[in-house]
Design a protein around this ligand. Structure first.
Ligand SMILES: [Zn+2]
Ligand SMILES: [Zn+2]
Length: 116
């Protein structure tokens, strides 16, 4: 068993209908994850968006239309946006941290920091 195997960070289903502005995640522990596209795009963890050091922080701007979503090795998902930006690899652990539902994280986006 790997560190990724906990129910809290196991995604049963990712739902992002075309045209939607929020992705929903059904987590194995029963939690419904809410991930607005501005959260996903603004916290894109790739080096292009975040540089090479320091915590991950929110960056405004960027296209918010999700072009594709590709699960990677059962532990992460790669998101590609309609402007062609597609280097962000979001581990399920990270997606769970990003959850913007009222019982997870209601801090303003500008104040959130995530470790890499
Ligand atoms: Zn990026
Ligand atoms: Zn939540």
């Amino acid at each position: 068993m790997s560190e990724h195997s906990g129910a809290r960070t196991t995604a049963r289903e990712l739902r992002a209908p075309r045209g939607a502005r929020v992705m929903h995640v059904d987590w194995a522990d029963g939690h419904l994850g809410v991930l607005p596209h501005d959260v996903l795009r603004g916290f894109c963890p790739c080096a292009h968006c975040q540089g090479h050091q320091g915590p991950i922080r929110w960056h405004a701007g960027g296209n918010l239309e999700l072009a594709s979503l590709e699960e990677v090795g059962n532990y992460a998902v790669r998101l590609e946006w309609a402007d062609g930006h597609g280097t962000g690899l979001y581990s399920f652990r990270y997606l769970r941290e990003l959850c913007a539902c009222p019982s997870c994280d209601t801090r303003p986006l500008e104040e959130r920091r995530y470790s890499r």
